[in-house]
Design a protein around this ligand. Structure first.
Ligand SMILES: NC(=O)C1=CN([C@@H]2O[C@H](COP(=O)(O)OP(=O)(O)OC[C@H]3O[C@@H](n4cnc5c(N)ncnc54)[C@H](O)[C@@H]3O)[C@@H](O)[C@H]2O)C=CC1
Ligand SMILES: O=C([O-])CC(=O)C(=O)O
Length: 413
């Protein structure tokens, strides 16, 4: 797979802003983006200018990274410019939109030409965030909502709901230490989603993801609207980090690197598959140990660097924006969208497991089962070692949601 050979709606739209013609370096092919995406033109050139999109000050590399790194597994003979996205079609809601992740995530989603409405929900400060963001001259409308009385208007008709609401870690804490606060937040928000937009894709960012996703599943089951294909734990940041660290270590072109990351999203449950990196690259045993440990501890690396001011926000917003864009492309009919995500799964004996999945209009369409086959000896041992912890986190989430339901039934009797 080459990132250069994939069609990117956003790259197209940004290049159109300047009246630029993007040239695919490898194929030498130029393409004109679809007309509707020309709308948020700001810069103008009298005649088309050819640029190397990679080095453009418009950030071609960044947009390509964000919009085309959803994995294309099928080998391509020609650039995939056959997929023409419809412009400004989808409604996206962010719950926890005024937070450290929520704000930059809202900005990145506001830049997507696929979004018609962006609904920002938070219990605090969301009005100002929405007012600020609404001045950006991209096509989507920005609306703010706060408090449970506004759930219905916020969520009605929404296609993708992203949930970064909750508290972040401080140094010395594990993600599981956030359970007591974040479990209730996620439960309450998913209950509202179940009522007002049960058909939406639900993307859970709030930690501990290993438990909050099973909580969300239980809540949706209790409401009778659980569709396992549409509930996702966002583990994209693990992939983004793995790609960055591997490219740096091996001096590879960063945009070309793709590392599948399986398991869960905490410590040793994060398992990067370095034996399956694309492009194929050899690692010494020492490099495998060092890279695996760095990827597993990368969240803690940021928590410690921020020294009490929270955890990863900017890289997380970037990673979540990538997953949102992949979801929208899948909803829009692109049948070539793959991402790693923590979902209900039968790939292992665990009921939830992160792996590469193919996304389609109805959510998860297929699992890349080859990811858990043919592992190296190191990966096989690491997979065995992560299972008890991941199992316990899943059971903790399920048991929390079931106890809450029992307690609620008790008080209503
Ligand atoms: N899945 C992943 O890879 C990652 C997950 N995270 C997690 O994301 C979560 C959010 O992190 P930050 O944005 O840095 O935290 P933050 O504290 O900056 O923002 C959280 C936002 O959620 C809002 N909020 C709290 N309760 C709410 C409720 N009931 N309804 C709506 N909004 C509510 C707060 O008002 C705040 O604006 C944390 O749990 C963190 O651990 C962080 C980084 C990566
Ligand atoms: O480490 C944290 O608490 C936040 C997180 O999930 C990450 O950065 O991967």
């Amino acid at each position: 797979m080459s990132a250069m050979s994939t069609f990117s709606p956003c790259l197209g739209s940004y290049c159109t802003q300047a009246g630029l013609v993007t040239k695919n370096k490898q194929s030498g092919m130029s393409f004109n983006p679809p007309k509707p995406l020309q709308r948020f033109s700001g810069l103008k050139a009298m005649s088309p200018i050819e640029i190397e999109s990679e080095n453009s000050f418009l950030g071609g590399g960044i947009h390509r990274a964000l919009h085309t790194t959803s994995l294309k597994l099928a080998p391509r003979r020609k650039p995939a410019n056959h997929f023409q996205p419809r412009a400004s079609t989808f409604k996206v809601a962010i719950l926890g939109a005024a937070g450290g992740i929520g704000q930059p995530l809202a900005l990145l989603i506001k830049m997507s030409p696929l979004v018609s409405s962006l609904h920002l929900y938070d219990i605090a400060s969301v009005k100002g965030v929405a007012a600020d963001l609404s001045h950006c001259n991209t096509p989507s409308k920005v609306l703010d909502f706060t408090g449970p009385s506004e759930f219905a208007n916020c969520l009605k008709g929404v296609d993708v709901v992203v949930i970064p609401a909750g508290v972040p870690r401080k140094p010395g804490m594990t993600r599981d230490d956030l359970f007591n606060i974040n479990a209730s937040i996620v439960k309450t928000l998913v209950e509202a989603v179940a009522v007002h937009c049960p058909d939406a894709f639900i993307l859970i960012i709030s930690n501990p993801v290993n438990s909050t996703v099973p909580i969300a599943a239980e809540v949706l089951k209790q409401k009778g609207v659980y569709d396992p294909k549409k509930l996702f734990g966002v583990t994209t940041l693990d992939v983004v980090r793995a790609n960055t660290f591997v490219a740096t270590k091996k001096n590879l072109k960063i945009i070309d690197v793709d590392v599948p990351v399986i398991g869960g999203h905490a410590g040793i449950t994060i398992l990067p598959l370095l034996s399956k990196v694309r492009p194929s690259v050899h690692f010494t045993d020492g490099e495998v140990q060092e890279l695996t440990a760095r990827i597993q501890n990368a969240g803690t690396e940021v928590v410690e660097a921020k020294a009490g001011a929270g955890s990863a926000t900017l890289s997380m917003a970037y990673a979540a924006a990538r997953f949102v864009e992949s979801s929208l492309r899948a909803l829009d009919g692109d049948n070539d969208v793959y991402e790693c995500s923590y979902v209900q799964s039968e790939l292992t004996d665990l009921p939830f497991f992160a792996s590469r999945v193919k996304l389609g209009k109805n959510g998860v369409e297929a699992f890349v089962s080859s990811d858990v086959q043919g592992l190296s000896e190191f990966e096989t041992k690491a997979l065995d070692a992560l299972k008890p912890e991941l199992k316990a986190s899943i059971e903790k989430g399920v048991s929390f949601a079931q106890k809450q339901a029992t307690a609620a039934a008790g008080t209503s009797n």
